[in-house]
Design a protein around this ligand. Structure first.
Ligand SMILES: Nc1ncnc2c1ncn2[C@@H]1O[C@H](COP(=O)(O)OP(=O)(O)OP(=O)(O)O)[C@@H](O)[C@H]1O
Ligand SMILES: [Mg+2]
Length: 344
């Protein structure tokens, strides 16, 4: 459906634009219908830049983004408008998407003018109300307010409601949950599940690994603008390969997962003799990821952290000093990791 092929973004920086910052490097992946793809990475790793390129808010420096086989860089006028009928985004900073002197209803009036000029006002009003309710908003609470009178979470949900009025096939959701309070979060997560069931493809950008795990079928781990690991979410989370993925996982409680199994395989993989503790029951019932448990084990924590940090440093040094990006290798069906032999 929507496909990225070797997409690179280099920002010109510095006072006179003399410096360049490669924010995204040779990224290739696909957003498929009926699937949520989680895009995970630390601050500055290039997640929003990818989202913006998909929405044509930033041009790609090289590589292509195609939608239904057409290079989106070539869309103009009517065809670009059609693209936005199908591909929409909800952004991290919703305040920047609004003009503060407009009332919220203006957001909806604009789409009616562009996409549904022949729908009657009464019918349109009904559609807007239904859409707002589906994102947990009360239409009378939000519609005639100025945007500065609304919270970030309300604005984000208005943007989701706006996208739902269109015939969207792809939604780019950039940190949408972070601004929403816990009680509404469930509504929005359920809404995303419904969209998925209706065949939508969602790119779900997040810092939050457990949220990514909960909602997505596929996971992409981004480090310094490069995909270091990607694949079926279950495989990436259950069998993380890259040091960065492992490091992210150690820091995050896996609330919805119980690990009953022992840690022997993980420990063996790290070169640690699992038998020397002799009390496997101690770590078998925790709700943390096994790697986090491993860290918690007395005498092993520093060793494990050291191993991960070393591996990560190798990757970072490689990425900093090499222009080419090491290829992704498929280590099991639908599970890819950046080639480790090159990352030394
Ligand atoms: N318009 C721009 N001009 C120059 N540099 C930019 C621009 N936009 C982003 N960058 C830089 O590109 C890199 C990637 O930024 P991006 O916003 O994509 O990161 P992110 O992964 O979304 O981070 P966060 O989690 O903090 O939102 C950062 O180093 C950022 O400073
Ligand atoms: Mg961002």
């Amino acid at each position: 459906m929507l496909k990225l092929d070797n997409v690179t973004k280099v920002y010109k920086t510095g006072t006179f634009g003399g410096e360049s910052l490669p924010a995204v490097r040779k990224v290739s992946f696909e957003i498929r219908p009926g699937e949520v793809t989680a895009l995970i990475g630390e601050s500055g790793s290039g997640k929003s830049t990818l989202g913006k390129m998909i929405l044509r808010l930033e041009p790609v420096t090289s590589g292509t983004i195609t939608y239904e086989g057409t290079d989106i860089a070539r869309l103009k006028g009517k065809r670009l408008r059609e693209y936005y009928r199908h591909v929409q985004g909800v952004f991290q900073d919703p305040f920047s998407s609004y003009n503060p002197v407009f009332r919220a209803d203006r957001v909806f009036a604009t789409i009616k003018r562009s996409y549904f000029p022949s729908v009657s006002n009464a019918e349109w009003h009904e559609r807007v109300e239904t859409s707002l309710k589906s994102v947990g908003l009360n239409p009378v609470d939000v519609l005639n307010k100025f945007t500065h009178q609304l919270s970030g979470g309300q604005l984000q949900r208005i943007l989701i409601a706006r996208a739902l009025l269109l015939d969207i096939k792809v939604l780019v959701a950039d940190e949408i949950i972070s601004m929403i309070d816990a009680s509404t979060r469930v509504d929005v997560l359920n809404l995303l599940s419904n969209l998925k069931a209706r065949g939508l493809g969602v790119l779900f950008i997040t810092h939050d690994l457990s949220l990514g795990n909960y909602i997505s079928e596929r996971t992409i781990i981004l480090r310094r603008g490069v995909i270091v690991e990607m694949g079926a979410t279950q495989k990436v989370f259950d069998n993380p390969q890259h040091e960065y993925t492992k490091m992210l996982l150690t820091a995050v409680p896996q609330l919805h997962k119980k690990w009953e199994a022992g840690l022997e395989p993980e420990l063996a993989a790290m070169g640690v003799n699992a038998q020397d503790d002799g009390r496997p029951g101690r770590y078998s019932r925790s709700s943390l990821h096994p790697l986090a448990n491993m860290h918690a084990r007395k005498g092993r924590r520093e060793f494990a952290e050291h191993e991960l940090a070393e591996g990560l440093l190798r990757t970072d040094t490689y990425l900093r000093t090499h222009e080419e990006v090491p290829p992704l290798v498929e280590i099991e069906d639908d599970h890819f990791v950046v080639e480790s032999t090159r990352v030394h």
